[in-house]
Structure formats: C-alpha cells, structure tokens
Design a binder for this molecule. Structure first.
Ligand SMILES: Nc1nc2c(c(=O)[nH]1)N(C=O)[C@@H](CNc1ccc(C(=O)N[C@@H](CCC(=O)O)C(=O)O)cc1)CN2
Ligand SMILES: Nc1ncnc2c1ncn2[C@@H]1O[C@H](COP(=O)(O)OP(=O)(O)OP(=O)(O)O)[C@@H](O)[C@H]1O
Length: 193
C-alpha cells in the first residue's frame, strides 16, 4: 500500500471516530479545550493566534479564540484564496460576520487585515503521539505550516485540536507532512516529543 492509500484508509476510520466523539462530548469539550490551552501552553503576550470556524464534527476552537481575544491576543481565521497555496489568515474578533468558503468553511471578509500567526490551531481527522496528523487531504495545513516555518523569523507553534478519541497509534507520513508541536484534547494539552 502506498502512503497515499494508507492515508485514505486511515481517513475513513478517523472520520467515524471523530463524529462518534463529537456526538458524545458535543459542546462540553470547548471550555475544556480553552482551559488546557491557557494553563499549559506558553504563549508570548501579543502573539497572533489562528483558529478555524469548525465544520462537520471538528473539535470547536471558538472558545479558545474568544478567551484569547479577551486576554488581548489578536485572533485570525484561515481563508482559501488560491488553490495549492498556503492559507491566508485574516483578523477575526468575536461576533465578526464570516463569509462562505469551500467545503462548508467560513472565513473573514476579504476586507479584514491579513495577519501572520505565531500560534496555529490546526483541525485534523487523526493525530498520533509523535505529532503526525491527518487532514482532509488538501495539503493546505502542510503547505501553510511549511511556509510559516520557512519564514523563520518567529518560531511558530502548531497546536492540533482534537477529541482524545482521534488519537491513532502511528499515522502514515510522507515528506511534505508538517508535524504538530502541541496536542490539545478535552483531557489536556501535551507538547510533542
Ligand atoms: N474548519 C476548517 N476550516 C478550514 C479547513 C479545515 O480543514 N477545517 N481547511 C483545511 O484545509 C481549509 C479549507 N480547506 C478544506 C479542504 C478540504 C475540505 C474537505 O475535504 N472537506 C470534507 C468535508 C468535511 C465534512 O463535511 O465532513 C470533504 O469535502 O470531504 C475542507 C476544507 C481552511 N479552512
Ligand atoms: N509541504 C507541502 N508543500 C506543498 N505541497 C504539499 C505539502 N504537503 C502536502 N502537499 C500536497 O498536498 C497533498 C495532500 O497532502 P496530505 O494528504 O498530507 O493532506 P492532509 O495533511 O491530510 O490535508 P490538510 O493539510 O489540508 O489538512 C499532497 O499529495 C501534496 O501534493
């Protein structure tokens, strides 16, 4: 089996596990995610924190972003503005309206300023303890984290957000894959490695 085939097989199983976890935990997990992030992760004051507007059964980062905003961290959400390119992040404040993007995603209006995040909360279908992750297969977050890491002026933190049931033993990986630095679930926050 090629790495791409192994990833596709893992995606199918991971989708079911994620939706089962979301059905059980639902909105109860969101405040736990926020508590773990602010208790465990060393955040530089003023760091730009990027989240995402959740789709489907994704773990919901919006409680993290609202708390970040209340603590004075500028927040941003991703926007797909060109295919096969890194994501663009635009400023978001609580209650800002969002516009529809591809695959049911929502993003800030194109009039919102573009920000370069130092902390990227990453959606995922599955993660493992080594920080490998599996997304929908568009490669957007791999390209985006590679781009942000290559700029190199600032170390960025890639924080995978998931239900604990999304943990996999060992995910398939290829050379373009970007690993997570932290994993946050409803049970806690762990640095990778
Ligand atoms: N909430 C969220 N926003 C995001 C992403 C994401 O994964 N989640 N993205 C990450 O790249 C970017 C948008 N790109 C995407 C690329 C592919 C699919 C996708 O394949 N979605 C599934 C449908 C999900 C579902 O309803 O279960 C699909 O079409 O099969 C989604 C988003 C930026 N914004
Ligand atoms: N660092 C990268 N730079 C450029 N292209 C990449 C990179 N990583 C992956 N890609 C492209 O994206 C495709 C899909 O990658 P992959 O299957 O790892 O996506 P994913 O991590 O599941 O999705 P996503 O990152 O969007 O959540 C790859 O086949 C490759 O063509």
């Amino acid at each position: 089996m090629s790495v791409a085939e192994a990833k596709n097989a893992a995606r199918i199983a991971a989708r079911d596990r994620r939706s089962a976890a979301q059905a059980i935990l639902g909105t109860d997990a969101a405040p736990a995610f926020a508590r773990h992030v602010f208790e465990a992760i060393p955040l530089v004051p003023g760091a730009v924190i990027a989240g995402y507007a959740p789709i489907s059964s994704e773990a919901d980062p919006m409680a993290i972003l609202r708390e970040a905003d209340a603590r004075g961290f500028p927040c941003a959400l991703p926007s797909v503005e060109a295919p096969a390119s890194p994501l663009t992040f635009r400023r978001w404040r609580p209650d800002d309206p969002l516009i529809d993007g591809p695959h049911g995603t929502r993003a800030p209006d194109v009039g919102a300023p573009i920000l370069m995040p130092q902390v990227v909360i990453v959606p995922l279908l599955a993660f493992d303890r080594a920080g490998r992750r599996l997304g929908y297969g568009g490669g957007y977050y791999d390209r985006t984290l590679a781009f942000l890491r290559a700029r190199g002026e600032n170390t960025i933190l890639a924080v995978g957000l998931a239900f604990s049931a999304q943990e996999a033993d060992e995910l398939p990986e290829d050379s373009g894959d970007q690993r997570l630095d932290w994993i946050v679930t409803e049970r806690g926050a762990w640095p990778v490695g």
